[in-house]
Design a protein around this ligand. Structure first.
Ligand code: F6P
Length: 325
Protein backbone atom coordinates (compact mmCIF):
# COMPACT_ATOMS: atom_id res chain seq x y z
CA UNK A 1 0.00 0.00 0.00
CA UNK A 2 1.26 3.46 -0.92
CA UNK A 3 2.84 5.33 2.00
CA UNK A 4 4.27 8.31 0.17
CA UNK A 5 2.61 10.33 -2.56
CA UNK A 6 3.82 13.21 -4.73
CA UNK A 7 1.67 15.97 -6.23
CA UNK A 8 2.48 17.95 -9.34
CA UNK A 9 0.78 20.42 -11.65
CA UNK A 10 1.66 20.40 -15.33
CA UNK A 11 0.73 22.07 -18.62
CA UNK A 12 -1.31 25.30 -18.68
CA UNK A 13 -2.17 26.54 -15.21
CA UNK A 14 -5.82 26.80 -14.20
CA UNK A 15 -7.50 28.67 -11.34
CA UNK A 16 -8.32 26.14 -8.64
CA UNK A 17 -5.14 24.10 -8.99
CA UNK A 18 -4.00 25.43 -5.61
CA UNK A 19 -7.25 24.32 -3.99
CA UNK A 20 -6.71 20.83 -5.42
CA UNK A 21 -3.13 20.67 -4.13
CA UNK A 22 -4.31 21.84 -0.71
CA UNK A 23 -7.05 19.22 -0.51
CA UNK A 24 -4.82 16.38 -1.72
CA UNK A 25 -2.09 17.38 0.73
CA UNK A 26 -4.31 17.67 3.77
CA UNK A 27 -6.45 14.63 3.06
CA UNK A 28 -3.27 12.68 2.28
CA UNK A 29 -1.74 13.66 5.62
CA UNK A 30 -5.01 12.87 7.40
CA UNK A 31 -4.85 9.39 5.83
CA UNK A 32 -1.34 8.89 7.19
CA UNK A 33 0.58 9.45 3.95
CA UNK A 34 3.85 11.28 3.55
CA UNK A 35 3.07 13.97 0.95
CA UNK A 36 5.58 15.58 -1.42
CA UNK A 37 5.20 18.51 -3.79
CA UNK A 38 6.99 18.62 -7.15
CA UNK A 39 7.98 21.99 -8.63
CA UNK A 40 7.40 22.70 -12.32
CA UNK A 41 5.56 19.50 -13.21
CA UNK A 42 7.36 16.64 -14.93
CA UNK A 43 10.43 18.84 -15.38
CA UNK A 44 10.65 19.02 -11.59
CA UNK A 45 10.64 15.23 -11.38
CA UNK A 46 13.60 15.16 -13.77
CA UNK A 47 15.38 17.91 -11.81
CA UNK A 48 14.60 16.21 -8.49
CA UNK A 49 12.74 19.32 -7.30
CA UNK A 50 10.65 17.35 -4.85
CA UNK A 51 10.00 18.61 -1.31
CA UNK A 52 7.88 17.36 1.60
CA UNK A 53 4.59 19.20 2.05
CA UNK A 54 2.95 19.78 5.41
CA UNK A 55 -0.52 21.06 6.23
CA UNK A 56 1.10 24.49 6.67
CA UNK A 57 2.77 24.41 3.24
CA UNK A 58 -0.68 24.77 1.70
CA UNK A 59 -2.07 27.46 4.01
CA UNK A 60 -3.53 30.56 2.37
CA UNK A 61 -3.47 29.31 -1.19
CA UNK A 62 -7.10 28.27 -1.71
CA UNK A 63 -8.01 31.72 -3.05
CA UNK A 64 -4.99 32.14 -5.31
CA UNK A 65 -5.01 31.56 -9.06
CA UNK A 66 -2.09 29.80 -10.75
CA UNK A 67 -0.26 27.02 -8.98
CA UNK A 68 2.16 27.54 -6.12
CA UNK A 69 3.98 24.37 -7.22
CA UNK A 70 4.61 26.07 -10.59
CA UNK A 71 4.05 24.32 -13.90
CA UNK A 72 5.88 23.67 -17.15
CA UNK A 73 5.55 22.03 -20.53
CA UNK A 74 8.66 19.84 -20.34
CA UNK A 75 10.38 18.89 -23.61
CA UNK A 76 12.89 16.73 -21.74
CA UNK A 77 10.13 14.59 -20.28
CA UNK A 78 9.12 13.66 -23.85
CA UNK A 79 12.29 11.56 -24.04
CA UNK A 80 12.68 8.09 -22.54
CA UNK A 81 15.81 9.27 -20.74
CA UNK A 82 13.87 12.10 -19.09
CA UNK A 83 11.10 9.72 -18.04
CA UNK A 84 13.59 7.29 -16.53
CA UNK A 85 15.29 10.09 -14.57
CA UNK A 86 11.89 11.21 -13.28
CA UNK A 87 11.01 7.65 -12.21
CA UNK A 88 14.35 7.21 -10.44
CA UNK A 89 13.81 10.37 -8.38
CA UNK A 90 10.41 9.13 -7.21
CA UNK A 91 11.71 5.66 -6.42
CA UNK A 92 14.68 6.88 -4.39
CA UNK A 93 12.28 8.59 -1.96
CA UNK A 94 10.02 5.58 -1.68
CA UNK A 95 7.20 7.47 -3.41
CA UNK A 96 4.73 5.00 -4.89
CA UNK A 97 1.83 7.30 -5.76
CA UNK A 98 1.67 10.38 -8.03
CA UNK A 99 -1.22 12.83 -8.28
CA UNK A 100 -0.90 14.83 -11.50
CA UNK A 101 -3.14 17.87 -11.92
CA UNK A 102 -3.48 19.10 -15.51
CA UNK A 103 -4.99 18.51 -18.93
CA UNK A 104 -4.54 15.88 -21.60
CA UNK A 105 -0.84 16.68 -22.14
CA UNK A 106 -0.31 15.97 -18.46
CA UNK A 107 -2.22 12.71 -18.69
CA UNK A 108 -0.19 11.62 -21.72
CA UNK A 109 2.84 12.31 -19.51
CA UNK A 110 1.36 10.07 -16.81
CA UNK A 111 0.93 7.29 -19.34
CA UNK A 112 4.56 7.62 -20.41
CA UNK A 113 5.71 7.58 -16.78
CA UNK A 114 3.67 4.44 -16.08
CA UNK A 115 5.75 2.58 -18.64
CA UNK A 116 8.96 3.14 -16.68
CA UNK A 117 7.67 3.41 -13.11
CA UNK A 118 5.56 0.92 -11.19
CA UNK A 119 3.81 3.42 -8.86
CA UNK A 120 0.16 4.44 -8.98
CA UNK A 121 -0.69 7.45 -11.14
CA UNK A 122 -3.90 9.41 -10.54
CA UNK A 123 -4.94 12.36 -12.71
CA UNK A 124 -6.96 15.38 -11.60
CA UNK A 125 -8.56 17.43 -14.42
CA UNK A 126 -7.13 20.94 -14.24
CA UNK A 127 -7.53 22.98 -17.42
CA UNK A 128 -9.57 26.00 -18.40
CA UNK A 129 -10.42 24.24 -21.68
CA UNK A 130 -12.83 21.68 -20.13
CA UNK A 131 -11.79 19.34 -22.93
CA UNK A 132 -11.45 16.07 -21.03
CA UNK A 133 -13.86 13.18 -21.02
CA UNK A 134 -14.59 11.82 -17.53
CA UNK A 135 -15.53 15.01 -15.72
CA UNK A 136 -18.44 17.24 -16.69
CA UNK A 137 -16.30 20.21 -15.70
CA UNK A 138 -12.57 20.62 -15.29
CA UNK A 139 -10.96 22.76 -12.61
CA UNK A 140 -10.50 26.33 -13.88
CA UNK A 141 -13.22 26.33 -16.52
CA UNK A 142 -15.79 28.15 -14.38
CA UNK A 143 -13.32 30.88 -13.40
CA UNK A 144 -12.16 31.29 -16.99
CA UNK A 145 -15.65 31.70 -18.40
CA UNK A 146 -16.46 34.26 -15.74
CA UNK A 147 -13.31 36.17 -16.67
CA UNK A 148 -14.33 36.07 -20.33
CA UNK A 149 -17.80 37.19 -19.38
CA UNK A 150 -16.51 40.20 -17.49
CA UNK A 151 -14.41 41.16 -20.52
CA UNK A 152 -17.37 40.80 -22.88
CA UNK A 153 -19.57 42.92 -20.61
CA UNK A 154 -16.91 45.64 -20.67
CA UNK A 155 -16.54 45.43 -24.43
CA UNK A 156 -20.29 45.70 -24.76
CA UNK A 157 -20.20 49.09 -22.99
CA UNK A 158 -17.65 50.60 -25.35
CA UNK A 159 -19.11 48.81 -28.39
CA UNK A 160 -22.51 50.33 -27.77
CA UNK A 161 -21.12 53.82 -27.08
CA UNK A 162 -19.19 53.82 -30.36
CA UNK A 163 -21.68 51.72 -32.31
CA UNK A 164 -18.97 49.17 -33.07
CA UNK A 165 -18.79 45.46 -33.70
CA UNK A 166 -16.19 43.24 -32.08
CA UNK A 167 -14.59 39.87 -32.67
CA UNK A 168 -13.46 38.46 -29.32
CA UNK A 169 -11.05 35.54 -29.40
CA UNK A 170 -11.17 33.12 -26.48
CA UNK A 171 -8.94 30.17 -25.57
CA UNK A 172 -9.96 26.53 -25.48
CA UNK A 173 -7.44 24.87 -27.77
CA UNK A 174 -9.46 22.58 -30.11
CA UNK A 175 -12.58 22.60 -27.93
CA UNK A 176 -15.38 25.14 -27.96
CA UNK A 177 -16.58 24.93 -24.36
CA UNK A 178 -15.27 28.37 -23.39
CA UNK A 179 -16.56 29.91 -26.63
CA UNK A 180 -20.06 28.50 -26.31
CA UNK A 181 -20.38 29.42 -22.63
CA UNK A 182 -19.12 32.95 -23.34
CA UNK A 183 -21.51 33.37 -26.27
CA UNK A 184 -24.57 32.31 -24.33
CA UNK A 185 -23.77 34.05 -21.04
CA UNK A 186 -22.36 37.13 -22.77
CA UNK A 187 -25.29 37.49 -25.14
CA UNK A 188 -23.01 37.53 -28.17
CA UNK A 189 -24.60 37.49 -31.63
CA UNK A 190 -22.50 34.74 -33.18
CA UNK A 191 -19.88 32.15 -32.31
CA UNK A 192 -17.14 30.62 -34.41
CA UNK A 193 -16.28 27.28 -32.88
CA UNK A 194 -13.12 25.30 -33.60
CA UNK A 195 -12.99 22.26 -35.85
CA UNK A 196 -16.24 23.11 -37.60
CA UNK A 197 -16.79 23.87 -41.23
CA UNK A 198 -18.24 27.21 -40.26
CA UNK A 199 -19.18 29.33 -43.25
CA UNK A 200 -17.49 32.59 -42.19
CA UNK A 201 -19.18 34.65 -44.89
CA UNK A 202 -22.56 33.41 -43.65
CA UNK A 203 -21.72 34.70 -40.18
CA UNK A 204 -20.55 38.02 -41.63
CA UNK A 205 -23.81 38.39 -43.54
CA UNK A 206 -25.85 37.47 -40.48
CA UNK A 207 -24.08 40.27 -38.61
CA UNK A 208 -24.88 42.68 -41.47
CA UNK A 209 -28.50 41.59 -41.27
CA UNK A 210 -28.45 42.40 -37.54
CA UNK A 211 -27.31 45.93 -38.42
CA UNK A 212 -30.11 46.21 -40.96
CA UNK A 213 -32.58 45.19 -38.27
CA UNK A 214 -31.36 47.94 -35.97
CA UNK A 215 -28.45 46.54 -34.01
CA UNK A 216 -25.93 49.26 -33.33
CA UNK A 217 -23.25 47.08 -31.77
CA UNK A 218 -22.46 43.41 -31.64
CA UNK A 219 -20.06 40.72 -30.57
CA UNK A 220 -18.85 37.58 -32.29
CA UNK A 221 -17.02 35.12 -30.04
CA UNK A 222 -14.22 33.36 -31.90
CA UNK A 223 -12.62 30.27 -30.45
CA UNK A 224 -8.89 30.08 -31.08
CA UNK A 225 -8.47 27.35 -33.64
CA UNK A 226 -5.85 25.39 -31.71
CA UNK A 227 -3.70 28.37 -30.78
CA UNK A 228 -3.81 32.11 -30.25
CA UNK A 229 -4.36 34.56 -33.10
CA UNK A 230 -6.69 32.72 -35.51
CA UNK A 231 -9.10 35.64 -35.19
CA UNK A 232 -6.99 37.90 -37.45
CA UNK A 233 -7.46 35.66 -40.48
CA UNK A 234 -11.13 35.18 -39.60
CA UNK A 235 -11.57 38.98 -39.46
CA UNK A 236 -10.18 39.26 -43.01
CA UNK A 237 -12.63 36.63 -44.22
CA UNK A 238 -15.51 38.32 -42.40
CA UNK A 239 -14.75 41.65 -44.01
CA UNK A 240 -14.11 40.26 -47.50
CA UNK A 241 -17.61 40.08 -48.89
CA UNK A 242 -19.74 41.66 -46.22
CA UNK A 243 -20.30 45.26 -45.15
CA UNK A 244 -19.41 45.16 -41.47
CA UNK A 245 -16.04 46.13 -40.04
CA UNK A 246 -14.70 44.72 -36.77
CA UNK A 247 -12.50 45.62 -33.85
CA UNK A 248 -10.52 42.63 -32.56
CA UNK A 249 -9.84 41.68 -28.95
CA UNK A 250 -7.71 38.65 -28.10
CA UNK A 251 -8.28 37.79 -24.46
CA UNK A 252 -5.30 35.42 -24.31
CA UNK A 253 -3.69 34.41 -21.03
CA UNK A 254 -5.84 36.79 -18.98
CA UNK A 255 -8.30 33.89 -19.08
CA UNK A 256 -5.91 31.67 -17.14
CA UNK A 257 -5.40 33.94 -14.14
CA UNK A 258 -7.41 35.22 -11.23
CA UNK A 259 -8.85 34.01 -7.99
CA UNK A 260 -10.88 30.82 -8.53
CA UNK A 261 -14.65 31.00 -8.23
CA UNK A 262 -16.43 29.12 -5.45
CA UNK A 263 -17.49 26.52 -8.02
CA UNK A 264 -13.87 25.85 -8.99
CA UNK A 265 -12.63 25.81 -5.40
CA UNK A 266 -15.25 23.25 -4.41
CA UNK A 267 -14.68 21.07 -7.48
CA UNK A 268 -10.90 21.24 -6.95
CA UNK A 269 -11.24 20.35 -3.27
CA UNK A 270 -13.46 17.37 -4.07
CA UNK A 271 -11.29 16.02 -6.86
CA UNK A 272 -7.98 16.62 -5.04
CA UNK A 273 -9.32 14.73 -2.02
CA UNK A 274 -10.84 12.00 -4.18
CA UNK A 275 -7.50 11.45 -5.89
CA UNK A 276 -6.05 10.51 -2.49
CA UNK A 277 -8.95 8.13 -1.85
CA UNK A 278 -8.25 6.48 -5.23
CA UNK A 279 -4.63 6.01 -4.22
CA UNK A 280 -5.82 4.36 -1.00
CA UNK A 281 -8.12 2.11 -3.03
CA UNK A 282 -5.09 0.89 -5.01
CA UNK A 283 -6.39 2.39 -8.25
CA UNK A 284 -3.95 3.21 -11.01
CA UNK A 285 -3.94 5.15 -14.31
CA UNK A 286 -7.32 6.76 -13.65
CA UNK A 287 -8.56 10.34 -13.42
CA UNK A 288 -10.63 11.58 -10.50
CA UNK A 289 -13.67 13.15 -12.12
CA UNK A 290 -17.23 14.18 -11.42
CA UNK A 291 -20.04 13.22 -13.77
CA UNK A 292 -23.72 13.93 -13.16
CA UNK A 293 -22.93 14.86 -9.56
CA UNK A 294 -21.06 11.64 -8.79
CA UNK A 295 -17.36 11.12 -8.20
CA UNK A 296 -15.96 8.74 -10.80
CA UNK A 297 -12.63 7.11 -11.61
CA UNK A 298 -12.14 7.13 -15.37
CA UNK A 299 -9.22 5.40 -17.12
CA UNK A 300 -6.72 8.11 -18.05
CA UNK A 301 -6.61 6.97 -21.65
CA UNK A 302 -10.37 7.56 -22.00
CA UNK A 303 -9.98 11.21 -21.00
CA UNK A 304 -8.49 11.94 -24.41
CA UNK A 305 -9.81 9.07 -26.55
CA UNK A 306 -13.48 9.56 -25.67
CA UNK A 307 -13.77 13.32 -26.10
CA UNK A 308 -16.66 12.88 -28.53
CA UNK A 309 -18.65 11.40 -25.62
CA UNK A 310 -18.69 14.88 -24.04
CA UNK A 311 -20.21 17.02 -26.80
CA UNK A 312 -21.07 20.70 -26.61
CA UNK A 313 -24.58 21.38 -25.32
CA UNK A 314 -26.72 20.68 -28.36
CA UNK A 315 -29.76 22.49 -26.96
CA UNK A 316 -27.78 25.70 -26.55
CA UNK A 317 -26.30 25.38 -30.03
CA UNK A 318 -29.76 25.02 -31.54
CA UNK A 319 -31.23 28.09 -29.87
CA UNK A 320 -28.29 30.39 -30.66
CA UNK A 321 -29.80 31.80 -33.91
CA UNK A 322 -33.00 32.77 -32.09
CA UNK A 323 -31.05 34.35 -29.24
CA UNK A 324 -29.12 36.50 -31.71
CA UNK A 325 -32.21 38.15 -33.22
O1 F6P B 1 -4.74 24.39 -22.32
C1 F6P B 1 -4.88 25.66 -21.77
C2 F6P B 1 -4.50 26.72 -22.75
O2 F6P B 1 -4.66 27.98 -22.13
C3 F6P B 1 -5.22 26.68 -24.10
O3 F6P B 1 -6.52 27.22 -24.02
C4 F6P B 1 -4.28 27.45 -24.96
O4 F6P B 1 -4.42 27.11 -26.32
C5 F6P B 1 -2.93 27.04 -24.45
O5 F6P B 1 -3.13 26.59 -23.11
C6 F6P B 1 -1.89 28.12 -24.45
O6 F6P B 1 -0.68 27.55 -24.05
P1 F6P B 1 0.57 28.38 -23.56
O7 F6P B 1 0.28 28.93 -22.22
O8 F6P B 1 1.67 27.39 -23.53
O9 F6P B 1 0.77 29.48 -24.55
Amino acid sequence: MTQAVAILTSGGDAPGMNAAIRAATRVGIAEGLQVYGVSRGFQGLIDDAIVPLTARSVSNIIHQGGTFLRTARSQEFMTLEGQQKAAAHLTKRGITGLIAIGGDGTFHGCEALSKVWSGQVIGVPGTIDNDLYGSDYTIGFDTAINTVLEAIDRLRDTAESHERFFLVEVMGRWAGYIALAATVAGGAEQVILPKTDTDISKIAHAMDEGRRLGKTSGIVVVSEQGSEGAVYEIAKQMEKNAQGRYRITVLGHVQRGGSPTAVDRILATKLGAYAVKLIRQEQNAVMAGEMAGKLVAVPLVETWTRKEAKPLDDFLLKILPALAM
